[in-house]
Design a protein around this ligand. Sequence first.
Ligand SMILES: Nc1ncnc2c1ncn2[C@@H]1O[C@H](COP(=O)(O)OP(=O)(O)OP(=O)(O)O)[C@@H](O)[C@H]1O
Ligand SMILES: [Mg+2]
Length: 515
Amino acid sequence: MWGANMGSSIATFMFLYAMFKQYVPYQLKEHIEKYAQRILGFISPYIEITVHEYTGERFKRSEAYIAIKTYLGANSSKQAKRLKADVGKTSSNLVLSMDDYEEVTDEYQGVQFWWTSRKTFSSKQSISFYPTDADDNRFYKLTFHRRHRGLATDSYLNYVLEEGKAIEVKSRQRKLFTNNPSNNWYGYKKSVWSHVVFDHPSTFQTLAMDVEKKKDIIDDLTAFSKGKDFYAKVGKAWKRGYLLYGPPGTGKSTMIAAIANFLDYDIYDLELTGVKDNTELRKLLIETTNKSIVVIEDIDCSLDLTGQRKKKTEEEAKEGEDPITKKAKQDASPGDSKVTLSGLLNFIDGLWSACGGERLIIFTTNYVEKLDPALIRRGRMDKHIELSYCSFGAFKVLAKNYLDLDSHHLFDPVRELLDETQITPADVAENLMPRATVENSADHCLESLIQALKNTKEEARLKTEKEKAEKEEARLKEEKETKERELSNKESTTNEAKEICSTPLEEKESSTKSN
Ligand SMILES: Nc1ncnc2c1ncn2[C@@H]1O[C@H](COP(=O)(O)OP(=O)(O)OP(=O)(O)O)[C@@H](O)[C@H]1O
Ligand SMILES: [Mg+2]
């Protein structure tokens, strides 16, 4: 059917087809095609399956079409004579795909499958203000012998889709998304997220933290990313929550970038203060893709998550209203347009959170103790990771990264000082930045780090002393006040007693009589 000797017949066919398209009126053409297909269907032993570029939703390209396009692009570039080259949306390289009406043969388990790419023109006479080629209805047509029907529908098509998606994942550039304000969500370029290419150089290798702690996190992430079957088996949605907490500059954001690079996931950086209400939050969640990390930084500053739940429970108890009625009222009231804790909890592990899979949710905070326990209980935030002040292990990673040093005679004093001082990895890193103009840059950096550590130690000592002095002062003040209070109490009691004793006898009698 597709042999080389068919070349001239195809050329003739193409010519006749072009004539047919040009001269036969549209309505007649449709009828002829319809009946020709039916007759062919009776006599042909071949089965055809078409996959259209746009199905249902006008602006959303079919995922199957994109996967097939990628698969055929990768496999047909050696076979097809006419290819289209384009800069992919997710890549800066040229992406090749089969041109329209091109045909290629694919072999799977010893069986041949034929793919053609086609397009039809929309019959609608419409004028569009926007540059779109969606009026050309493109589709792929798969042809195979009817005796391979089972193989094609049960396994070959799935294989093509999975391969196509895998190629896409490998060749794509990762993205960093941020949520748009909701008044930009509608119109031609409707989009709830906008993105840039994610190109952060942080990796677990460059992340300064204790080796064992780092290994534990890497193992956890690996188990998660390979855990599709496990999650299905235990009936859990394929997602995991991480809570990163610690003082500013200890590497929380750096770790998120390292995780994204390690897993090869996109990042959705969710700015909660820009989300109007819980409905919008849900919409944002639905629009995230698989293999992604949803990040909410500084969760304690994003929402009043501390007392809301308690306050609500108190109110409910006061009014004796059941929570469902209360929630219905809240949802209905347009004035109450803020994301609530319960909305956020639903976002993390409500029913909607299970749409799609392979998603990490990461919260960061400087003040873990401020968060509502409901938000960070296991199951929501499965792993709590404390990023703390720089340890000697973390320092060694930084020394290797910044100065390419594994050991140095100044490491010992650094270790001693680190044991006694609280300094962030960000401050250590700043001191280890090599100075191009200085000779023996490594020595210079370590010396300046030692000086910084000494300064920090001294500052901490002075601060502790000051605090101690302030406490002592407060204690003495309180002691003095208590003594003064006691003295004045004593004095007033004595005065009262004196007054009673000094009252004349007649006065006392007359007052007793009158009573
Ligand atoms: N553990 C670390 N490993 C490597 N570099 C680090 C680490 N911690 C901090 N740094 C360096 O310090 C800078 C600040 O770190 P980062 O932004 O990750 O801190 P953070 O914990 O997110 O702080 P904040 O709470 O203020 O958001 C980074 O640019 C990074 O170079
Ligand atoms: Mg940060």
